[in-house]
Design a protein around this ligand. Structure first.
Ligand code: FMN
Length: 317
């Protein structure tokens, strides 16, 4: 007898996905770069490159550097702007059969709110992800996402202007991520995603110069996965909201670490640069894992980590 295929669908508050694997913002443009490689309906969703009110050219080169088990970037939020996204990119994406989640960022709370309003209306948008790892010019350039009050205000401003599910993407570059998460939930966030990149720097010792033109950048890839799994687990214990795990995921086993730690879905980022099919392969791998372990539905694994005796989550050392 052939058993029924595992149910990979997941429900994250107001957002239902056909499976729990999405692309991460900034690692596949607006989705069209992936079209030659696979049918987008195979994956749970696409999170677009972060969009601003006006188009941006981003930082000057060099903007990327390889590091052990990771990558540093300082792209500087280059994007086509929200209007070009709505007219040129969204119509094709909306027909792709996957959940389309624009990522948005602004220099002020008002810009975030304006972006939310513009994207609430055009057909085909499933949710919004707020990239709060960007400078708040009204508060001296401090990132929205490192300050609970800025995070709450920006989320609240977006919440007022849209009925779409709101995901707030958290930065790992904070002392206590649970405080920022709670502020986002207080502001009306439905879902939390984590993590954005970890601050990093690379130096060319022969030239005695920093490698990235901007000096420091954001570290991504397998190097940050244990940090992201730890923070996912910490957050899952601290809040009740659905969580999307991000950081160094390139295959089903990586994704399962996050799911067992408490994430309801995951995003694949840097791995797509190595293998453009990393996201659908992760979906297939999850189905295979469920079959192998006789798990009927992937949601049964969310937060299913088995604690070792003595594994109290205390500080190491
Ligand atoms: C080249 C590059 C560009 C990125 N651009 C964005 C962006 O525009 N907005 C955003 O929220 N995150 C951006 N990110 C962060 C990723 O979405 C993701 O949070 C991070 O890379 C960790 O996941 P990974 O290790 O799977 O890449 C970018 C990452 C990379 C590598």
């Amino acid at each position: 007898m052939v058993s029924a295929p595992p149910d990979l669908s997941v429900v994250l508050g107001p957002l239902t996905l056909s499976n729990p694997v999405l692309t991460a913002s900034g690692t596949c443009g607006y989705g069209e770069e992936l079209l030659p490689y696979f049918d987008l309906s195979r994956i749970g969703g696409i999170v677009t490159k972060s969009l601003s009110v006006l188009p941006r050219e981003g930082n000057p080169p060099q903007r990327l550097a390889e590091t052990p088990a990771g990558m540093l970037n300082s792209i500087g939020l280059q994007n086509v702007g929200v209007d070009a996204f709505i007219t040129d990119k969204l119509p094709l994406l909306a027909k792709s059969g996957t959940a389309v989640i624009p990522s948005i960022f602004g220099a002020t709370t008002e810009e975030f709110a304006e972006l939310a309003a513009r994207l609430d209306g055009p057909p085909g948008v499933a949710a919004l992800e707020l990239n709060v790892s960007c400078p708040n010019t009204s508060r001296g350039g401090v990132e929205f996402g490192v300050d609970p009050e800025s995070t709450r205000r920006v989320t609240e401003a977006v919440r007022r202007r849209t009925k779409l599910p709101v995901i707030v993407k958290l930065s790992p570059n904070v002392t206590d991520i649970t405080l920022i998460a709670q502020a986002a939930l207080d502001g009306g966030a439905d879902i939390l995603s984590l993590v954005n990149t970890v601050f990093g720097m690379k130096i060319d010792v022969e030239k005695r110069r920093v490698v990235l033109a901007s000096g420091s950048g954001g570290l991504s890839g397998p190097a940050i996965r244990p940090i992201a799994v730890h923070l996912t687990n910490r957050l899952a214990q601290a809040v009740r909201a659905p969580i999307i795990g991000i950081g160094g995921i390139g295959c089903a086993e990586d994704a399962l670490e996050f799911i067992l730690a408490g994430a309801s879905a995951v995003q694949v980022g840097t791995a797509t640069f190595v293998d453009p099919c990393a996201t659908p392969k992760t979906v297939d791998g999850l189905a295979a894992y469920c079959r192998r372990h006789e798990v009927a539905a992937i949601r049964d694994l969310i937060g299913g980590i088995r604690r070792n005796r003595g594994g109290t989550g205390r500080a190491p050392g």
